[in-house]
Design a protein around this ligand. Structure first.
Ligand code: SAM
Ligand code: SF4
Length: 345
């Protein structure tokens, strides 16, 4: 008989991973590579040192790990990175994982991408049962795009977005709000995204990893951005949820949705339902804390999944209540030393 536990959300979860604060863990984000073909200024230093390829889990190992999480109650899985679509043969993993959509064990398989390789992969992603994806885009201006990504080409990303829409994928654009960089552009991005049937979500920059810039120069509280937008648009709070931390409003003038992810000005940890796995098999229970669990050793120690399952339970048993991010002139150090590209955004 399947054991059933009731979590803080009031729902019954068969055999689920419930953390010490009663939160059911139903969402796994997997960083399939720490590498990327961009060097976004808020995410990476220009001369990043990447993990040696030999430390990476194979695609088969990643599939096995994901499958164990799905068996333990994960219903939503997001591939991220680094740039997930630069990992060699990544579509093999997507094809493999799609069997869990077919079986009904997984509700959603999705990814977060910078869009640079999307034109090549959009049709196959759709064929594998991926229904919606997040594409990160901070500006619609080609020169500014090149400046913020250091290595990116906006035209290629636009081709990727076109291909994804043509393949029937729904797109949510993610823009990091950067002071003095794109704050004035958000209204245009909003009209453009909504005009093409895409949602837009703005994100506050988080102090993750050493970068070349001073984060206090980049940080824009979204409360300020929202107040500015409200001078031009009518924003209506709506209860729409995607399983992530964004709070949504409907923009009356465009009829589209705008999301706000505010890790700095509003703590959303109380409803956290996720954990993050890196490409070396390290599990982070919180984006903003150093504590982690090694799942590679139990994965490789035996062919069965018992050790792995036990290691996952122990890790979930130490999921912290939340994080505190601070960006100010006095706090020069990042909250955690690893970059977003390691843990996966
Ligand atoms: N390369 C893919 C992409 O850019 O979409 C996936 C990985 S990236 C780390 C995931 C998301 O994290 C992106 O939307 C990016 O803008 C965001 N991100 C990276 N560093 C961040 C930071 N320090 N604060 C807030 N968001 C960040
Ligand atoms: Fe690469 Fe994404 Fe980080 Fe930009 S935000 S450097 S695209 S991993």
């Amino acid at each position: 008989m399947t054991a059933v536990r009731q979590a803080a959300d009031g729902n019954d979860h068969p055999m689920d991973m419930i953390d010490p604060f009663g939160r059911a863990i139903t969402y796994l984000r997997v960083s399939v590579t720490d590498r990327c073909d961009f060097r976004c200024v808020y995410c990476m230093a220009e001369d990043m040192a990447f993990l040696p390829k030999k430390d990476l889990l194979s695609l088969e190992e990643l599939d096995r790990l994901c499958t164990v999480f799905i068996d333990k109650g994960v219903r939503k899985l997001r591939l991220t990175g680094g740039e997930p679509l630069v990992r060699k043969n990544i579509m093999h993993l997507v094809r493999q994982l799609s069997r869990h959509l077919d079986s009904g064990a997984l509700d959603e398989l999705t990814l977060t991408t910078n869009g640079s390789q999307l034109a090549r992969h959009a049709a196959e992603l759709a064929a594998c049962g991926v229904r919606r994806i997040n594409v990160s885009l901070d500006t619609l201006d080609a020169e500014k795009f090149h400046a913020v990504t250091r290595w990116g080409n906006l035209a290629r990303v636009m081709e990727g977005i076109d291909a994804a829409l043509a393949a029937g994928l729904r797109i949510k654009l993610n823009a990091v709000a950067l002071k003095g960089f794109n704050e004035d552009e958000i209204p245009d991005m909003l009209r453009w995204a909504h005009g093409r049937g895409m949602d837009l979500t703005v994100i506050e920059t988080m102090p993750l990893g050493e970068i070349d810039a001073d984060r206090t120069d980049q940080y824009l509280p979204l409360s300020l951005l929202r107040a500015n937008l409200e001078r031009r648009f009518t924003l209506k709070d709506i209860p729409y949820k995607t399983g992530g931390p964004a709070r949504y409003v409907e923009v009356e003038e465009t009829g589209g949705r705008l999301g706000f992810i505010t890790p700095m000005t509003h703590n959303f940890c109380e409803s956290c339902n996720r954990v993050r796995l890196t490409c070396t098999g390290t599990l982070y229970m919180c984006l903003g804390q150093e504590d982690a669990a090694d799942l590679r050793a139990p994965l490789r120690a035996s062919e069965g999944n018992e050790l792995l399952s036990r290691a996952i339970d122990e890790a979930i048993g130490r999921k912290p209540k939340g994080h505190d991010f601070i960006i100010d002139r006095r706090t020069k150090r990042p909250a955690v030393s690893r970059h977003m590209s390691v843990t996966g955004g």
